[in-house]
Every structure is written in structure tokens, then in C-alpha cells.
Design a protein around this ligand. Structure first.
Ligand code: TXA
Ligand code: MG
Length: 344
């Protein structure tokens, strides 16, 4: 299969959007840009299309998909038992990097929910993509558009690295602004619970819901996480990844030790601006300022992919404290490092 590229970076060619719509209506797959990461889209009400998504990604069939909608009114036919007060809050937070879990309605195919009684829904904050969903006249089921276990794609180029020849088309909407996936929030119980941390932190959501819990299964390896995707290997480049957390001086010492012990290996560093000038290494990516993690989030997955492109064998990453957005970033880093995270 030849994968078509519809370029929407500069001009909004609606003729192309109609062509992409036809692919979805005929049961095909189109990768879509969102503000978080690119999604691998298919008709969310067509079980056969959804099966193709799992095949293209090599995704385990027990990991459910998110349905993307263009208007909050679509919640009615896709879900049951939505609280009026939740709808009011969603009206303020959508479109945006928030996925909610609700009881599913009868029209949702089993492939979407992996047999669960609940469904994940999100309205992405990218105008071209909402226009596309509207034209498709169906919710778009879309997991991140990477091969299973790989870092999520934040550009059309990264989508093609994994998916060229495996899907019908990609809509190129430029680089994703946020760079890590949406916060997944369970709204089926009395209090909302974060099942996957994302750009919207517990602190941000508590401005709307007052009390927000975090699923204990996220950090306790003896418990099963409530979101099936959280148990899988994820975001892993080919290179080995080590994450080190510590103050400037201890971090510098620990990295020097690793560099001198592994002189036969090609080592890459992902560090902050204030680490500049401390290491002699060809493969350094700076992740912005430690006090504002938004840039780190934006380039995180792309940087892991770049390390592979440069045939780096070991990536050392400066980790951050698990609070605020740092919790979401460390959730991704721990997985890319297969839990190889230590304090120095
Ligand atoms: O930002 C995002 O959310 C991106 C863009 C494309 O929208 N999508 C994304 O999809 O990250 P995916 O499939 O890579 O992650 C979806 C997560 C998985 O961890 C999955 O297990 C969880 O949502 N999920 C889906 N349905 C669920 C449900 N009914 N109950 C609990 N977790 C669910
Ligand atoms: Mg994913």
C-alpha cells in the first residue's frame, strides 16, 4: 500500500480533506494531527476498520482505543450516564488534551473498548482535525500513530517512520504543540480519577472538579492499572535508556562516571540548558529549562527517535521530580527506560 501525504501545514486545501474523508468512509486508515501526538484514525463505529488499526500498530487487542469527536453533542449517542455537572466542565476543557472514560452506549463496537463496558472519548484541539472528523460523520478511533512499544509520533515524519506502507494516508498538520498524550480521566465513579497523567495535571483538573484522584495502579507494581495501556512496554527507542534524578553536581558526577565506564559505546544525553558546557559529547539534546517542563514534553518523543537515527546505544536522560507536569513526564520516561530510573 502506498501511503498518501496530505499537506496541511500551510494551506487548508479542503479538496484533500474530502479525499481523506472518503478513505475513512471506505474503511481505510488516515493518521491525524492533534495538539498532543498524531493519532492513527479509522471509523470508530466500524469494527472492521478498528481491527485494521490494531494490525497496523501491532497493538495487543486488549488495549482499547480513544474515540475522537468534533462536538460535545456527540457524547449523547456514544455514552450513558453522563453527569450534567461533568458536561459543564467539559464544555470549558474541550477541545483539549483530556480524554474521559464513561459508560459506553450500544452502538460502540467491541473492538474499540476491548470488551470493556466503558469507552474513552476526546475532542482534540486542532481545527483541521475537528473539521475532518465532522466531514467523516463518525467518531474517529485513534490510538497514537506509532508501532506498539515505540515513542509516540509528534510529526508526520515520525508517523511515516513507523507507518509508511501500512496505512492509507497521513494528514500533515505540522509538529504537535504539546508532545505527550492526553490525560485520561475516569468519570464513571463518584470522584474523577486520573488513569494516565498528561498535560492537564491533577492540580489543573482540581480547579474544576475540586477532588481528583490518581489511579494507584500507576505507580504500585503490585496493583493492576485501570487503564490497560499502562501495563505495556512503551515509548522505547532501540537504544538503552537510563534516567537519573539529582541536583546539578550529583548529576554531573554520575554522568561523568557513566561516560568513562562506557567509552566503547555511543552515548546520547538529554539534559537541560543549565547543564550546558559540563559534558563533552556529540549527541546532546537540550530540553529547555528545568523550571518549565513544557518544552521537554514537546520534544521528548522526537528526541528519543533522533537518538535512534544517530545510532546512539545508550541514552542518559535527566529526570525530574514527580509533581505537577513532572509526574506526566516521568510516567513516560519510566516506560522508555523500562523502569531504569535512579536517584544520584
Ligand atoms: O493524546 C492522546 O490521547 C492520543 C491522541 C492521538 O489523541 N491518543 C492516545 O491513544 O494516546 P492511545 O491508544 O495510545 O492511548 C489510549 C489510552 C490507553 O492507555 C488505553 O488503555 C486507555 O487510553 N483507554 C482507552 N479506553 C479505555 C477505557 N475504556 N478504560 C480505561 N482506559 C482506556
Ligand atoms: Mg499510545
Amino acid at each position: 500500500m502506498k501511503t498518501k501525504i496530505f499537506d496541511f501545514r500551510n494551506n487548508q486545501n479542503y479538496e484533500n480533506l474530502r479525499e481523506a474523508t472518503e478513505i475513512i468512509k471506505n474503511g481505510g486508515l488516515v493518521a491525524i494531527p492533534t495538539e498532543t501526538v498524531y493519532g492513527l484514525g479509522g471509523d470508530g463505529l466500524n469494527g472492521e476498520s478498528c481491527r485494521k488499526i490494531f494490525e497496523a500498530k501491532n497493538r495487543p487487542m486488549d488495549n482499547p482505543l480513544i474515540l475522537h469527536i468534533s462536538d460535545i453533542s456527540e457524547l449523547k449517542r456514544l455514552t450513558r450516564d453522563v453527569k450534567e455537572s461533568d458536561l459543564e466542565i467539559l464544555n470549558k476543557l474541550w477541545p483539549g488534551p483530556l480524554t474521559i472514560i464513561l459508560k459506553k452506549s450500544k452502538i460502540i463496537p467491541n473492538e474499540v473498548t476491548a470488551g470493556l463496558d466503558t469507552v474513552a472519548i476526546r475532542m482534540p484541539n486542532k481545527e483541521i482535525t475537528r473539521e475532518f472528523i465532522k466531514l467523516c460523520e463518525t467518531p474517529i478511533a485513534a490510538p497514537s500513530a506509532n508501532l506498539s512499544t515505540k515513542p509516540s509520533p509528534t510529526s508526520a515524519k515520525s508517523v511515516l517512520e513507523d507507518m509508511d506502507g501500512r496505512i492509507d494516508a497521513v494528514i500533515d498538520g505540522g509538529d504537535c504543540e504539546i508532545g505527550i498524550e492526553s490525560t485520561v480521566l475516569d468519570l464513571t465513579e463518584e470522584y474523577p480519577k486520573i488513569l494516565r497523567p498528561g498535560y492537564y495535571t491533577k492540580e489543573k483538573l482540581e480547579k474544576f472538579w475540586k477532588i481528583v484522584y490518581i489511579d494507584e495502579g500507576l505507580n504500585n507494581i503490585n496493583l493492576t492499572p485501570k487503564s490497560p495501556g499502562q501495563k505495556y512496554k512503551h515509548y522505547a527507542p532501540n537504544a538503552e535508556v537510563q534516567v537519573l534524578i539529582g541536583d546539578d553536581e550529583n548529576f554531573r558526577k554520575a554522568v561523568k562516571k557513566i561516560l568513562s565506564k562506557n567509552q566503547d559505546k555511543k552515548i546520547g544525553l538529554m539534559i537541560f540548558e543549565n547543564d550546558k558546557g559540563k559534558f563533552e559529547n556529540e549527541n546532546i539534546i537540550y530540553m529547555g529549562n528545568q523550571n518549565d517542563l513544557s518544552y521537554m514534553g514537546k520534544i521528548l518523543f522526537d528526541s528519543l527517535r533522533k537518538m535512534d537515527e544517530n545510532s546512539v546505544e545508550l541514552v542518559v536522560i535527566r529526570g525530574v521530580e514527580e509533581k505537577g507536569y513532572g509526574l506526566s513526564i516521568m510516567n513516560r520516561l519510566k516506560k522508555s527506560a523500562s523502569q531504569n530510573v535512579r536517584r544520584v
